[in-house]
Each structure stands twice: as structure tokens, then as C-alpha cells.
Design a binder for this molecule. Sequence first.
Ligand SMILES: Nc1ncnc2c1ncn2[C@@H]1O[C@H](COP(=O)(O)OP(=O)(O)OP(=O)(O)O)[C@@H](O)[C@H]1O
Ligand SMILES: [Mg+2]
Length: 249
Amino acid sequence: MDNGVAIELRGLTKTFPRGVCALDGVDLDIPRGSLLGLLGPNGSGKSTTVKILCGLIRTFQGEARIEGTRLPDRRCARLLGYMPQQTALYAELSVLENLDFYASINGVRLAAERNRRIDEMLGLLDLSGKKREVVETLSGGMRQRVSLAAALLHRPPILLLDEPTVGLDPELRLEFWAYFKRLAAAGSTIVICTHAFDEVKHCNHLAFLKTGRLVAFGSTEALRAGAGSDDWEAVYLAHVARAGTGGAV
Ligand SMILES: Nc1ncnc2c1ncn2[C@@H]1O[C@H](COP(=O)(O)OP(=O)(O)OP(=O)(O)O)[C@@H](O)[C@H]1O
Ligand SMILES: [Mg+2]
């Protein structure tokens, strides 16, 4: 039965070999079409969560499901686009070669179709003039745009983006967010890890993490109203304090 949930986490727990508990019993249902901000300070478990979802971390406790399929499961890969926190591009290859490689490993089999999508994406991200450039000669912001293109080319219904806007100038940041909003409005489910409180307002759902625990989850408006503040740092801290004292979030 379709419950409208794209991503389901139950008691998700990850302890790394030296005993670091990166995630501690996270329960979360992410509705399809969410533009979800996964927010928390450094080391709170954001990247670990998306690495489990995209299959990079395969041993964990609890359950994680993508469209009902329990992870780890290779079949989920085609549903996902992943933009890692550190861009994963081949520095010595051109933009075109990188994108062609990613589109092809993600199942866009026909070369003509790959070329069409690559041109479309490069146009959208204002990179058309950079197609033949070698990635190591690009600026950081340009690399980030190429990395986003690589995650999107196979048109996955679920996007996992780990700090996609860090280091971008304000204009480009807004363009990225406008694009994410368009994708979510068209039905994509997008999980964006961030610790930038000023970006929270762009999301329609938020999940607050603190040292591996989920301290609050809900619509952006409900969390703001629940804390009675327009200052997102204060909203986050209010929910952390409430969770710490066992009160309802
Ligand atoms: N491969 C690993 N081995 C051991 N510990 C790890 C590993 N990866 C992450 N951790 C630890 O797990 C915790 C959560 O890390 P994670 O990368 O998920 O945090 P984050 O919220 O993404 O932080 P940031 O904002 O800095 O990106 C941290 O204490 C981190 O040191
Ligand atoms: Mg991280």
C-alpha cells in the first residue's frame, strides 16, 4: 500500500568501529515531495544518515527503507541521486567526460540521450561554456555545479544532497534553492544536509539532529510556530532544549 512515504527510518543507529555513536535510534518518515532540511551542528550525524540511504554505509542497526525497500539493497541506487559533501569528480577528466560517466553508470544507456541531458543540465547550471574544461581547472563553485549535475542527470525521484550550497556565492545559492524547490514541486523528494540556519526557510520540512539523535521533525512552519521565533538558531535551540527535558516537540 502506498503510504506517501519515500524514506522511512526506524531506530536507525550507527556506531563506528572506535565506538563513536553517529546515529542513535532515529525514527523518521519523509513524505514524498518533501524538500527536507536535515539540520544539525558538525558531527551530528547528517552525512552518516545520507551515506546509509545511498548505500555507502551498509552496516548499521535499525531499519532504513526507500520506497518500501529495506536497505542495503542495490535496487535502490537508480531511485537516488547523491551529491557528496566532498565533490566526487575525476579531476583529470573534462566536465563532459565526468557527466557522461555518471549518467552512464546510473543507467542512461543511450549516448544520444546522455548528450541531450548533459547539454540541458549544463545550460540550466550555466556551465555550457565549460563542457570541455578539465575539472581540476574549475573554481570550487563550478565544481559544485558539476557535482549537482552528476547527481541529477538520471532524473532520480529522490535526491540526497550533502551541504550542496557551501562555498557558493549568494546569487548561485538562491539559484540552487530555486531549482530544488522546482524539483520538489514537481514531485521529487529532496533531503538536504545543512548547518546553515539561514537556508532553513527554503525547506518545507525540517529534521533537527543533535549528537546522533533526532530532536524534532515537522513542517518548517510547525517547527517555527512551535518555538515561537523567527530566528532559526533560536528555533533549533528551543527544540533541542525541549527534547532534552523530555517535553513534546
Ligand atoms: N568513517 C568514520 N569512522 C569513524 N567515525 C566517523 C566516521 N564517519 C563519521 N564519523 C563520526 O560520526 C559522527 C557523525 O559524523 P557525520 O559526518 O555524520 O556528521 P555531520 O553531521 O555530517 O557533520 P558535518 O556538519 O561536519 O558534516 C562524528 O562524530 C564523526 O566523527
Ligand atoms: Mg557532513
